[in-house]
Design a protein around this ligand. Structure first.
Ligand code: 1QQ
Length: 407
């Protein structure tokens, strides 16, 4: 009896090991190095390192939505001179360790030619150096903190910096209410992007001659903002500016309103997702958010992207999805032009990664974001920016980003 139990235990143990192994290889998002589909002679693997789990998953999902539309769009058009691209997904979760793991798997196991990601700047500062050391390009599609392109020669981004985008929302708030004088600023102090964004907001406020009455700090994991909201309200601000991610930022909006704050609210780039609606609901009404993308930008590729997106997801494409699409486009067009110069299947993986990095920085791309190019450091050069205001249906469940006319 004892022996039988021991055998059963051993049997179960082996089974679970097998299950883990099977689970790993049967995951459609994970291609092992032995899988022939990762061989660049059949398809060209591009790594996608977005958050699929954690409190960052909502933003990560919008990136995933955008790259999937791009994969189909560019493969339908013939891929890289006849050869399709294949996106290989690795979940970064919401922290630095998860992003580093995802990068390592994409580089060493999936043998991708380049990476798009990670979702947060906070993760990029840790994970991008891994790509730099391994000499393959990484394109940020949603990293907006100052200093991202400067991480290294292999690091670039299609997501415009907070330094460029954030001031537009302050100007739009002043356009709506020229009486604004007293400004309360809130920011998540445990996140690199939010720390970078609040510096820009605070500088803009001072440059415009407004009175910065308080700077309140919180964590992206916080749910209770009563102390910060009451402290700020006591100072009678007529504008509140929040740099946080969607869930914490949305809850702060809700609690400011519940405590009686009536003035305008600006949300930073962390608010740039329709998932914010379900957090602050009716209290989201009127929140102002600057944008690096407009769904109605008049171009052939944006019209095609928007149509495909609406067909697939039944809503307007958000900024992060458009940026993620643009990142795939940069890889596709840079690979196409590289292939014309020096047949890419003749290159070793190391050569291909290095030459692709050089090639992508040289190009000009007509993307859904408008025309983009790169500085020599790898920062995106983009011309058009926008400001939207959240408009909620009276039931507080559904909402939309309503684009403002800014002068
Ligand atoms: C960053 C960001 C995030 C809010 C985008 C998902 O801009 O971390 O840089």
């Amino acid at each position: 009896m004892k022996n039988a139990t021991a055998h059963q235990t051993a049997f179960l143990f082996i089974c679970s090991l097998l299950l883990i192994a099977c689970g790993k290889t049967s995951n459609p998002h994970q291609n092992s190095a032995n899988n022939p589909t990762t061989n660049t002679s059949d398809v060209i693997p591009i790594g996608i390192a977005f958050a699929q789990t954690s409190n960052v998953a909502l933003l990560g999902q919008e990136g995933t939505d955008g790259v999937k539309i791009a994969q189909k769009y560019f493969n339908d058009k013939g891929g890289i001179n006849g050869k399709p691209i294949k996106l290989v997904f690795q979940d970064t979760g919401g922290d630095e360790a998860g992003a580093i793991n995802a990068f390592q798997t994409l580089i060493n196991q999936d043998k991708v030619v380049g990476i798009i990601g990670p979702t947060l700047s906070q993760q990029a500062f840790s994970a991008d150096p891994v790509a730099e050391r391994n000499k393959l390009p990484v394109l940020g599609a949603s990293n907006t903190a100052n200093g991202i392109p400067e991480i290294g020669d292999y690091v670039a981004r299609v997501s415009s910096s907070v330094a460029v985008v954030a001031p537009y929302s302050v100007k739009a708030a002043l356009q709506q209410n020229p009486q604004i004088k007293r400004v309360a600023v809130f920011y998540a102090q445990n996140d690199a992007f939010n720390k970078s964004e609040t510096e820009i907001f605070q500088k803009t406020v001072k440059d415009l001659g407004l009175n910065l009455v308080t700077v309140q700090k919180f964590q992206t994991t916080d749910t209770d903002f009563q102390a910060q909201a009451s402290d700020a309200i006591n100072l009678k601000p007529d504008l509140a500016i929040i740099s946080g991610l969607a869930v914490d930022g949305g809850n702060l909006v809700k609690q400011l309103r519940e405590l009686g704050y009536k003035g305008l609210i600006i949300g930073g780039n962390g608010f740039n997702t329709s998932h914010i609606f379900s957090v602050c609901r009716a209290f989201c009404e009127g929140v102002i958010v600057a944008q690096a993308y407009s769904p109605v930008y008049p171009s052939k590729i944006n019209t095609a992207f928007r149509k495909a997106y609406i067909e697939q997801y039944q809503r307007e494409p958000p900024q992060v999805s458009a940026q993620a699409f643009a990142a795939v486009q940069v890889y596709v067009e840079a690979l196409q032009s590289l292939d014309k110069k020096s047949k890419i299947n003749k290159l070793s993986l190391a050569q291909l990664r290095t030459q692709l990095n050089q090639e992508l920085l040289k190009g000009t791309y007509q993307t859904p974001l408008g025309e983009i190019a790169f500085t020599s450091a790898g920062d995106v050069i983009q011309k058009e920016f926008y400001v939207a205001q959240l408009k909620m249906e009276p039931n507080g469940v559904k909402g939309k980003f309503s684009f403002l006319n800014i002068k």
